[in-house]
Design a protein around this ligand. Sequence first.
Ligand SMILES: [Zn+2]
Ligand SMILES: [Zn+2]
Length: 156
Amino acid sequence: MSSQRGGECRSRSQKHQNRTAFKNDKYGASPQVKKANAKVHDGLCQRCTEILEWRVKYNKYKFLTQPRKCVKCLQKTVKDAYHIMCKSCALSLELCAKCGKKEEIVITLGGAEGEEPAEAMAQHPQGSGNRTADSGWTDDEEAGDSGERDSAAVGK
Ligand SMILES: [Zn+2]
Ligand SMILES: [Zn+2]
């Protein structure tokens, strides 16, 4: 029983907060963080844009795992986290998709025509275990266990 211990307790307490230029990818950005950083908060008012940008910045932005119900059309069409209505409703009603208020939209929806930001295409390079079944360990040694082959050679 040898338990290897690379004990290195990292418990450094931060006394001074660096409130200037907080970068959420400082400690290595996870795919989720990168995705959040690339996120365009369109269809939102100034306040909501800032809130979501803040969330992204401080790694508090959580993506939806499944579509939410839109408060307007009551369909499960809300694909953006923290939004209360879907983009088409927000666009047609000219409301902020997050707070639902009639505010000036910072980045208008549908402005960027053509390709959607490929959210569904978020590729995870998954190393799904390619386990080569290595059970072909034929041990021949067992053969000489019971039979005495040697005596045959000695005889004659
Ligand atoms: Zn809707
Ligand atoms: Zn808003």
